[in-house]
Design a binder for this molecule. Structure first.
Ligand SMILES: [Zn+2]
Length: 143
């Protein structure tokens, strides 16, 4: 029976560890994104699940593609058919993940309440992040 108790304690320990890592619902923790599936071909990088990532971000893939190209100072092309983004640069999955989290911080997460239930609106030359949870509006750099 001792073994059972030990297993139970292990289980509780694992559970507590798990809760530590789960970000609070409206905090500033990491946004859960699909891991970028990266394929490097020569000097190009293909993100195979790019559409899936953009859908999770709830943003137009073309906008997310433009953001990455600007931040990485490179060209690229998004193919709506395959849902893949090709970047004309060698870039690692880790770096892509960092930029995608930065995208969330700037273009998805409401700075007032922390909700990611937001919409990006273009008003003339101004881009505004509109929070659907608290109604706050935040001007953001144009994409
Ligand atoms: Zn808000």
């Amino acid at each position: 029976m001792e073994g059972v108790r030990e297993k139970l304690l292990d289980y509780e320990y694992l559970l507590s560890r798990l809760y530590e890592r789960v970000p609070p619902a409206s905090g500033s923790g990491e946004f859960q994104l699909p891991d970028p599936q990266v394929l490097r071909i020569g000097n190009q990088t293909v993100i195979r699940n790019f559409r899936e990532i953009a859908e999770r971000l709830n943003r137009d893939p073309q906008l997310v593609a433009r953001y990455l190209q600007r931040e990485l100072a490179t060209g690229g092309s998004y193919d709506p058919g395959s849902g893949q983004l090709v970047l004309n640069i060698k870039v690692s999955r880790r770096v892509l993940r960092q930029f995608l989290q930065l995208f969330v911080k700037t273009y998805v997460r409401c700075p007032t309440c922390g909700s990611t239930h937001t919409r990006l609106e273009r008003r003339g030359r101004t881009w505004v992040l509109v929070c659907l949870a608290c109604g706050a509006e935040q001007p953001v750099p144009p994409l």
